[in-house]
Design a protein around this ligand. Structure first.
Ligand SMILES: [Fe+2]
Length: 509
């Protein structure tokens, strides 16, 4: 059996097979519990935010996923979970019960603790007589230990209407140790393009029930379910989880819409209970270590930023007090970098970091005001922070722009001889903007910005292997997002780059 076939077997077949035994799940129920009206596990299972001794196990009950309320009624329901070291659940190492409530959209965020570090586990849920699919996950290596290597995948931007999630099936077949989802998990608006499938109801969502329904429909895709079930995810949002290009605390988006968006985001992601929002804010930025090998600084580049500068307004763009991160998050990041202790420091974040000037002129500001180019001083403080703190290998991991990019980072992007100080990998969309046209040329940016080594207009994801000596990244493309039949879709590597330990910048791999 191929890896992918084996995984599909695990995800579909073992759930039913496991229902025969289930000594632990059956034993965990001490009293009769209300039972869902139909299979409540149609949105799949997920795990996230791995630590050396714990992580988050997620599911969200929905017997009728495309109905408001998910067909779950209003009564709380007990959900049992168990974790084992084997796929047959012979060696169960942790189990428990969570209560799913209407107030939390019937989401479950179980947080097993006291687990062994750097270990693989399998998990599943039970509600009444229903058993969930089986997921695979792992804890992070212990602090101070060297895991030798790790495999990660980067994904972002998956407009449900604009394509089939074939990329996620290939990502799942890679069986990475960790998946970083870098924003635009779903879109608040319908597509204006040719579509392969439609959102139910609603033009633009802005209420909690509508956001919940949008996530539910997104999660019905089997490719996405497979990717969630194969590895722990670290997720951050971008703009479309709330509204296009939203920014900061005092933006034009009302508090009740922000509250609804953040609440639905937490309910639908494998995030810990400690991140559950109680109003129009969510504590999103956080750090996950992978022994002495790597640290992932997951950033929030929406909630704390200033408003985007007016188009081409150099005076505003170059203001030294402009911020994309907010002061608190910037200090948190710089303090974390100063702590050292890991070979690779990876910033998981949403918007394009490298300079990307449309005309190559220093006197104009032909840039994307929504990206770091529009927050010049904010980017400089972080880049200078790498140098001041002697960060060994800073690597920025980015989504948002629906293109693959590989970029060398400098302090001054107009000085083409300035030393390289870091590296950026930008993952393209899973589906957003749909099937690329063969006539679509690369953006003009490339000719004015020699630090931009590669741009690819494809749909797909990035996979990378990190070791003590190098980081190897592969830009994966899928042959089609409009072909519905998975058997007719292939994946391939469009480019491969290597970053050597202690030597910033891209080498051909
Ligand atoms: Fe997007």
């Amino acid at each position: 059996m191929t890896k992918l076939n084996r995984r599909v077997f695990i995800l579909s077949g073992l759930a039913a097979a496991g229902a025969v035994g289930l000594p632990h799940l059956a034993g965990a129920a001490t009293a009769p519990s209300p039972r869902a009206a139909g299979d409540p596990f149609q949105l799949g299972v997920a795990s996230g935010d791995p630590r050396p001794d714990g992580l988050v196990l997620w599911t969200r009950l929905a017997s009728k996923p495309l109905d408001i309320g998910g067909g779950m009624g209003s009564a709380p329901l007990d959900v049992q979970w168990e974790m084992a070291t084997d796929e047959a659940f012979a060696d169960v190492v942790a189990s428990g019960t969570e209560t799913a409530t209407e107030a939390d959209g019937f989401s479950v965020h179980a947080e097993p603790a006291g687990l062994p570090a750097g270990a693989e586990f399998f998990y599943r849920f039970k509600q009444g007589t229903f058993i969930s699919p089986v997921g695979r996950t792992r804890t992070a290596p212990a602090a101070g230990t060297d895991p030798g290597s790790m495999k990660i995948a980067l994904a972002s931007c998956q407009h449900f209407e604009e394509g089939w999630y074939h990329a996620h099936r290939f990502l799942a077949a890679d069986e990475p140790d960790l998946v970083l989802f870098l924003g635009d998990y779903m879109y608040e608006k319908q597509s204006g393009r040719d579509t392969v499938r439609g959102y139910v109801d609603f033009d633009e969502v802005d209420k909690l029930d509508e956001y919940r329904l949008r996530y539910a429909q997104t999660k019905l895709d089997p490719g996405l379910k497979a990717a969630h079930a194969v590895a722990p995810w670290l997720t951050v949002y971008d703009d479309h989880e709330l509204a296009n290009n939203w920014w900061g605390g005092q933006s034009g988006w009302p508090d009740d819409r922000k509250s609804a968006s953040f609440r639905a985001y937490w309910e639908n992601m494998p995030l810990p209970k400690s991140m559950k929002p109680t109003g129009p804010s969510i504590p999103l930025y956080r750090r996950v270590g992978w022994g002495t090998l790597a640290r992932f600084h997951m950033m929030d580049t929406r909630q704390h930023r200033w408003e985007q500068a007016p188009n081409g307004d150099c005076d505003e763009i170059h203001r030294t007090d402009r911020t994309l991160t907010g002061a608190a998050q910037e200090q948190w990041l710089l303090d974390g970098l100063a702590a050292g202790g890991s070979k690779w420091d990876l910033l998981g974040q949403q918007v394009f970091f490298a300079g990307r000037d449309g005309d190559g002129e220093t006197g104009s500001c032909d840039v994307s005001e929504d990206a770091w180019d529009g927050y010049h001083a904010s980017r400089q403080r972080i880049a200078q922070g790498w140098l001041d703190r002697q960060v060994r290998n800073p690597v920025v991991l980015t989504g948002d722009v629906h293109r693959h990019w590989a970029n060398d980072l400098r302090l001054d992007y107009f000085d083409h001889d300035a030393p390289l100080i870091g590296t950026e990998f930008v993952t393209t969309s899973i589906t957003s903007t749909g099937q690329p046209g063969s006539s679509d040329p690369p953006p003009d940016y490339v000719q004015f910005n020699p630090h931009l080594n590669y741009v690819g207009n494809q749909r797909g994801y990035v996979r990378a292997t990190i070791t003590g000596t190098e980081l190897t990244a592969e830009f994966v493309q899928v042959s089609s997002v409009v072909e519905p039949d998975p058997a007719k879709v292939t994946s391939s590597v469009s480019r491969r780059f290597v970053v050597e330990d202690g030597r910033p910048g891209l080498q051909d791999g």
